[in-house]
Design a protein around this ligand. Structure first.
Ligand SMILES: N[C@@H](CCC(=O)N[C@@H](CS)C(=O)NCC(=O)O)C(=O)O
Ligand SMILES: [Fe+2]
Length: 430
């Protein structure tokens, strides 16, 4: 029979007969890999295929796939079958095209081949690779482009998350600049984001906050005025509003979350362009923290920091180390390759700012998480939190952020004033 030799390890073919398998064995192949699902038109099925391979003296592996339902796990299973084979692999489907597609997709994912080369490879062997190309394009388009903007004054990372297919984007955790020494506010950070959005020709679809921040003002309201895009935050923000309404002795504060256009609950879904997005409730750092999972990117903000920085503190009013642990476990249950984007980077050891990791990397190397059980985490988190002074802007920031990033209303002289409660956060380290 005709098989196509791809490399030393892999040859591909259409459905073989028993004689073809025997011949493959004679040619030195060690393993037959069958990609045809049971019940596929004209396929002998797993059991008969296994028997035929064994009869011919070949080891056998069954990885049933269709191009319509193909996932990265299938590509990985094929790669693993090749890696584990004790000799050259004879892989087959109906025509050989699916095997070539799996091989080519694996090569693209590993960075050894470009998408353009996939079609050319198919053409060279007379096999249709349009399914593989479409799969790769779909995957490419579900990977949002993430641009981080680091603010060195507050060590915050603000994000623009864009769908390359539609050029729609979400802005996450934008900072409104504030200097507590002079009382001056500025929109330098937010304007930098707007300039990027304009330069890239993006349409802002959402302005998202992960939680009511304690260390900077949110620029959500300013950006809504500039772009018209809706603002959103987690629905438990109403609990944070109630908490701070008491601390600020502020009867007029509305505590129904009406300061945002949308309140997200656990499991809520939305879109950034054509990319699916989902919300995870991630309390612990605050009562209202949420994680946005947009395509393969999770915006975890103040839960997990970069692996060399551990985790976020859990001692603000309404914070809980136990809740933070549970929230982190849910994040670490995302697929290993999920890109995690953190909300702050405090540049340990003076290194340059970094904000992107993966689930796998965090599980392996974050000293607050790798090989740590809940009780030990809670102990270490609480011990560290006892040493941390409150963020210098916590009392300034919450009165702005529980109103969605609105500064206090001007008084009769046209000037805005902040209100600072004294001795309201007793026990905090200085
Ligand atoms: N020194 C900073 C501290 C800010 C802070 O407390 N950040 C929170 C996130 S909002 C945190 O988790 N910090 C962890 C740490 O400092 O180890 C400030 O004053 O703003
Ligand atoms: Fe925070």
């Amino acid at each position: 029979m005709q098989s196509i030799r791809i490399n030393d390890r892999l040859s591909i073919a259409g459905q073989p007969t028993a004689a073809d398998l025997a011949e493959a064995r004679q040619q030195g192949f060690a393993v037959a890999v069958n990609l045809r699902p049971n019940g596929e038109d004209g396929a002998p099925g797993d059991r008969a295929s296994r028997d035929a391979a064994r009869e011919a003296g070949l080891a056998y592996s069954f990885i049933p796939v269709t191009m319509e339902t193909l996932t990265e796990a299938d590509v990985e299973a094929f790669r693993a079958a090749l890696a584990e084979a004790k000799g050259p692999v004879f892989a087959y489907c109906r025509s050989g095209a699916r095997v070539l597609a799996l091989h080519a997709i694996g090569e693209v994912l590993e960075g050894r081949m470009t998408m353009d080369e996939v079609a050319a490879l198919g053409a060279a062997h007379g096999l249709d690779m349009s399914g593989a190309v479409a799969w790769l394009e779909r995957r490419h388009n579900s990977r949002p482009q993430v641009k981080g903007f680091f603010d060195p004054r507050t060590w915050s990372v603000q994000y623009v998350v864009a769908d390359p297919a539609t050029r729609h984007c979400a802005i996450i955790d934008p900072v409104l600049d504030y200097d507590e020494k002079s009382g001056q506010t500025s929109t330098a950070n937010a304007d930098r984001i707007l300039a990027y959005v304009a330069e890239k020709g993006l349409t802002v679809e959402w302005i998202l906050d992960t939680h009511p921040h304690a260390d900077h003002f949110s620029a959500a309201q300013y950006l809504k005025e500039k772009t018209g895009a809706p603002t959103a935050i987690g629905d438990h923000v109403v609990d944070v509003q109630k908490l701070w309404k008491g601390i600020y002795n502020w009867p007029a504060l509305q505590t129904d979350g009406s300061q945002w256009d949308r309140l997200f609950a656990e499991g809520d879904t939305f879109k950034v362009g054509s990319i699916d997005a989902r919300v995870m409730f991630s309390p612990g750092h605050t009562l209202a923290s949420i994680t946005y999972v947009i395509g393969d990117a999770a915006f975890v903000h103040d839960t997990i920091f970069m692996p060399d920085s551990g985790t976020a503190r859990a001692d603000f009013p309404g914070g809980s180390a136990e809740a933070l642990w549970q929230s982190i476990q849910a994040i670490l249950a995302l697929p290993e390759e999920t890109r995690l984007f953190t909300g702050h980077d405090y540049q340990p050891g003076g290194r340059h700012p970094r904000w992107e990791s993966t689930v796998a990397e965090q599980k392996r190397t974050n000293p607050h998480l790798a090989g740590i059980a809940e009780a030990a985490f809670v102990d270490l988190r609480q011990a560290r939190d006892r040493t941390l002074p409150m963020p210098k802007l916590i009392l300034h920031a919450l009165q702005v952020n529980v109103r969605g990033g609105r500064l206090p209303e001007p008084e009769d002289n046209g000037r805005r004033y902040l209100k600072i409660p004294l001795n309201a956060l007793e026990g905090a380290a200085w």
